[in-house]
Design a binder for this molecule. Structure first.
Ligand SMILES: [Zn+2]
Length: 263
């Protein structure tokens, strides 16, 4: 490479790093400044600001499928194939570790207009500003660590898909109230749930079926797509035709209006 090209390449490389890294570091610092001194009092999956139902006029519900990563980095092909076969849309909450482990599958899912990719964090941490744990998983320990947990994976998803995720769900779906405000300040809505579809992919097919049949218009259903050995796919296969027969249709989170409280 000639010297001029080297300089140009170096300039381009440095420019890319600047574009990719500086804003995220600035935003992390800003989050720490805004929220770092605040002490949370609450710890829950259903705090105000966590959307647990969707505003709909008819008999619509949303399927959200989590892909958590680490010891849960499998791929439930049977579940996804069924949704594709039935043309049932879903919002996929994907963790950075799962993306790294399954890059080809991620690409394939991101290309499918049936699905939208949402943000399930970088290290799959509960959303805490002081390290509180849920289900034995340590939460983020500070405002800056939480901002990093949210922003790094959002940036990665945007980089890979060209689309910025709209929703965030923390690892374990737990939040303190400062974390909720912090995540909103970063520009994300928070997806909770009102139907616990597979309890972390621990339910049998019959339990998944029973849970899903409890859906109401506006329900937000949480399931997992990272445990192919679980009863999730079979339970979904049994329940969804019954829900469709009862008049339900399914929509993505994308394009839904915000709730009346602004989140
Ligand atoms: Zn998860």
């Amino acid at each position: 490479m000639r010297p001029a090209s080297c300089v140009l390449a170096l300039f381009f490389f440095t420019g890319c790093l600047t574009v990719r890294n500086t804003p995220i570091q600035e935003r992390i610092r800003a989050a720490e400044k805004l929220f770092g001194a605040q002490q949370p009092l609450k710890w829950s999956e259903t705090l105000e600001g966590v959307e647990t139902r969707i505003p709909v006029s008819g008999k619509q519900a949303v399927l959200t499928l989590d892909a958590c990563g680490s010891d849960g980095d499998g791929y439930d092909r049977e579940l996804i194939d069924f949704l594709r076969e039935q043309q049932i849309p879903a919002s996929l909450f994907i963790n950075a570790r799962w993306i790294r482990k399954n890059p080809r599958i991620f690409e394939d899912l991101a290309r499918d207009p049936l699905f939208t990719i949402e943000n399930h964090g970088t290290e799959h941490r509960p959303a805490s500003v002081n390290g509180r744990s849920a289900y034995g998983i340590r939460g983020t320990r500070s405002a800056s660590e939480l901002a990093q947990e949210v922003l790094e994976n959002a940036l990665e998803i945007e980089h890979l898909t060209g689309r910025r995720p709209l929703f965030y769900r923390s690892g374990t779906a737990y939040y303190d109230e400062i974390a909720v405000r912090l995540i909103h300040s970063l520009g994300f809505r928070i997806a909770g749930f009102d139907i616990l579809g597979d309890r972390g992919a621990s339910y049998s097919a019959a339990e998944v079926e029973e849970a899903l049949l409890g859906a109401r218009p506006g329900s937000l259903i949480i399931l997992h797509m990272n445990h192919p050995e679980s009863g999730t796919a079979e339970g979904v296969r049994r329940a969804l035709p019954q829900l469709k027969k009862a008049g339900f249709s399914f929509v993505n989170l994308e394009g839904l209006p915000p709730k009346a409280d602004g989140h």
